[in-house]
Design a protein. Structure first.
Length: 362
């Protein structure tokens, strides 16, 4: 067995162990410590506010770059990492390290999962399928697979299917931490200006006139990005015989029934329209972007976008959140310490925004 196979078997075994732990949590014990007899049971749904008591000391991710794996192996919060191409189990040094590790993974565009142990309230309101309701004993804790979006001690809303008997919760299934996507308007403060980006639309017939190398020499390496469109499209679709005939045109480098690639220095639109007589030919524009603080003047239609780092407040739209700085691109120019109206799209749990998904102009 090679090393890669060993890694795969290791993570499969770990996942089986984790799954067994999780499903084992769902068979609750009675006050005596013995399993509650099934007897006459009923099933319904319940929603309650619980508190995250802890996280099990590991995270699971589907994939991450090798460079991040190496970084984590040297992180004092990580005891070990097992797995490979099929996924990773990150064993944390302590339960208290799980949330901070999850934050760092998210910052690197990696989504982790973990088991949260959540304390239930003493009494639960259960709604049954026939429309009746009952308040039952629910003392104890449950385990829920979730992305660790909030730290230990946070209050969250839980929804699940509840199985009751004799006024007591005896088991449950499909537990989930309730969250929702929200869009809130807020005022943010400009912390700094991060630069300007000019965007130009280059007509198809002028696309070969753009010299990316010369522009980079003027404005600096890495500041110029040119998306050049050396192709055409047409409708209606060509027949096989038409494709064969058009393939012989000297400027065609590839052709299908609805589009063709052309030589980079070919710009004769009138000839193309004549050659494709009977079809409507589209000549797509190209896009040129230059990131620079210097003024840029080019003979193409364009606009400028200003980059900012903005400071978000600790409360907005009735939700609390961690105050933080975030990047934002806007078409208008502002100064440091100016207040601007923005819209924040995020994920909320209860009365708290736990994840910022995007920020745009208000």
């Amino acid at each position: 067995m090679d090393e890669k196979q060993k890694q795969i078997y290791t993570i499969i075994g770990s996942l089986i162990m984790v799954g067994s732990l999780f499903w084992g949590m769902q068979y609750l014990k009675g006050n005596s410590g013995e399993a509650v007899a099934s007897g006459s049971t009923a099933s319904g749904t319940t929603e309650f506010n619980g508190t995250i008591r802890t996280y099990e000391p590991f995270l699971i991710v589907q994939s991450m770059p090798d460079s991040l794996v190496s970084t984590l192996r040297n992180d004092e919060r990580v005891k070990s990492i097992t797995g490979g191409a099929s996924g990773y189990v990150i064993n944390a040094s302590s339960r208290e390290d799980v949330y901070s590790l999850a934050e760092d993974l998210r910052a690197r565009n990696v989504t982790p999962s973990a088991i949260a142990a959540i304390i239930m309230p003493a009494r639960l309101d259960v709604l049954y399928g026939n429309g009746s309701e009952e308040t039952v004993d629910g003392t104890g804790s449950i385990g829920i697979w979730t992305e660790p979006l909030v730290d230990i001690g946070s209050e969250v809303t839980v929804r699940m299917t509840a199985v009751t008997s004799g006024g007591t919760l005896v088991s449950y299934s499909s537990p989930m931490i309730a969250s929702k996507d929200v869009a809130v308007a807020l005022n943010a403060t400009v912390v700094s200006l991060t630069g300007k980006e000019y965007s130009f639309i280059v007509p198809w017939e002028n696309r070969s006139s753009v010299d990316e190398g010369s522009l980079s020499a003027v404005y600096g390496n890495g500041t110029v990005a040119y998306s050049r469109n050396d192709f055409i499209s047409f409708q209606p679709a060509l027949s096989v015989a038409q494709i064969t005939a058009k393939r012989a045109l000297p400027y065609i480098t590839y052709i299908s029934d609805t589009g063709a690639s052309v030589s980079g220095n070919y710009t004769d639109m009138n000839r193309t329209i004549s050659d494709f007589n009977g079809t409507a030919v589209t000549f797509p524009e190209s896009e040129l972007k230059i990131a620079t603080d210097e003024p840029v003047s080019l003979p193409y239609a364009g606009n400028v976008t200003y980059g900012y780092m903005i400071s978000l407040p600790s409360e907005a739209g009735g939700y609390s959140m961690d105050p933080e700085n975030a990047p934002l691109d806007l078409p208008d120019q502002y100064n440091v310490n100016d207040t601007i109206s923005v819209t924040l799209n995020g994920t909320a749990m209860g009365g708290r925004i736990v994840k910022v998904n995007g920020i745009g102009p208000g």
